[in-house]
Design a protein around this ligand. Structure first.
Ligand SMILES: Cc1cc2nc3c(=O)[nH]c(=O)nc-3n(C[C@H](O)[C@H](O)[C@H](O)COP(=O)(O)OP(=O)(O)OC[C@H]3O[C@@H](n4cnc5c(N)ncnc54)[C@H](O)[C@@H]3O)c2cc1C
Length: 319
């Protein structure tokens, strides 16, 4: 007879970490976490630059924490340390390098299947996969030959390159500001004014532009890109054409609809995830973190989702 977990958590970002730690604190015993990366918090490790200031009230949205993880903001490193401590202290069984492929409802429990083919049984499942697994792409075609130079983070930036940063949110501003010390950066946003980013990020961007470290191309879009002898040739809607070594598309992420459907998650007619006030999608099935919202989430919101879910699970499991 296979072991049946009380709760299986898919994704070890802030949403998954909070759910697992809160579950331990609420006395839930059989918990398993699946993480496709080789450590927790893949998104933070991959998309946050070193020493990045991490705001608790991200994008100016104030969040009162309701759970037990004391996140006050800080830096990338202090945030990862906090989550390291939380996971260690609560002795969570986490399976790293383990990607969940689908979740099947079987009678009154779930079968969680991972890409190696192994499966695990659980009474409840929490999907906390974030949105950065599938970054948004522009509508025009990207030549396959340029694939390596088209990125979504600044990890690949080597320095001394002509880099195009596309986007109008915090990630785009932060990326441009951070790499402009070592690269020639062009910042492109299709609107005239940035309204979606934190004022500090906009200030940093504008100051660097005034100092001549970043060329701003605002209020123009890109029509197409081509491969010109290994360089990215960008055609802007105002007629300007420019060559780049690298382009970083910081356009946020999309809800991976197919994955959600493979995980038995119910969507409404507009493909939004159906959720009640306890982040429950259906009996025994919950969704936490960025994936639970149609607009961008935050670390604090993801932590609250974890707490919220566990208050429901606690009643259900009568612990
Ligand atoms: C550049 C940037 C800067 C940001 N700055 C801030 C900030 O200052 N403050 C703030 O509050 N927020 C910030 N955010 C937003 C914040 O990172 C997210 O809101 C938060 O990480 C969401 O947590 P999550 O648990 O929902 O998802 P994620 O953090 O995305 O974690 C999801 C986890 O699930 C794993 N996973 C995905 N699919 C599978 C699968 N099939 N099987 C197993 N594991 C899987 C991933 O590897 C990942 O570890 C920023 C985001 C970006 C991109």
């Amino acid at each position: 007879m296979k072991n049946i977990y009380d709760v299986a958590i898919v994704g070890a970002g802030p949403g998954g970490i909070a759910t697992s730690c809160e579950a331990v604190l609420f006395g839930i015993k059989k918990i398993i976490v699946f993480e496709k990366g080789n450590n927790h918090s893949n998104t933070i490790r991959k998309y946050f630059k070193d020493n990045k200031p991490v705001d608790k009230d991200w994008k100016g949205i104030h969040v009162d924490l309701i759970g037990n993880i004391n996140f006050e903001g800080g830096t990338k490193e202090s945030t990862l340390d906090l989550f390291d401590d939380s996971l260690e202290k609560h002795l969570i069984e986490a399976k790293f390098n383990t990607e969940v492929s689908h979740v099947k409802r079987v009678d009154d429990h779930f079968e969680v299947v991972v890409t190696s083919g192994e499966s695990y049984l659980s009474k409840n499942v929490v999907i906390a996969i974030g949105k950065m697994g599938k970054p948004n792409m522009p509508s025009y075609k990207i030549p396959l030959t340029l694939k390596k130079q088209i990125n979504h983070t600044i990890i690949e930036c080597k320095g001394n390159e002509d880099v195009l940063v596309v986007g109008g949110g915090d990630s785009a501003c932060e990326y441009a500001y951070f790499i402009c010390k070592d690269n020639n950066v062009t910042f492109n946003y299709r609107k005239e004014v940035i309204t979606r980013a934190h004022p500090n990020n906009v200030d940093n961007l504008m100051k660097s532009a005034e100092e001549g470290k970043i060329e701003l191309r605002m209020g123009v879009d890109i029509e197409k890109i081509e491969d010109e002898n290994g360089k990215i040739k960008a055609y802007f809607t105002d007629g300007k054409i420019k060559l780049f070594d690298r382009a970083i598309y910081a356009l946020g992420g999309v809800t991976p609809k197919e994955f959600l459907l493979n995980c038995s998650v119910q969507l409404d007619g507009e493909d939004n995830i159906i959720l009640d006030e306890k982040n429950k999608n259906d009996k025994g099935l919950y969704v936490a973190g960025d994936i639970a919202g149609s607009i961008g989430g935050s670390i604090a919101l993801a932590l609250n989702h974890g707490y919220n879910i566990v208050t429901d699970l606690k009643e259900k499991l009568a612990v």
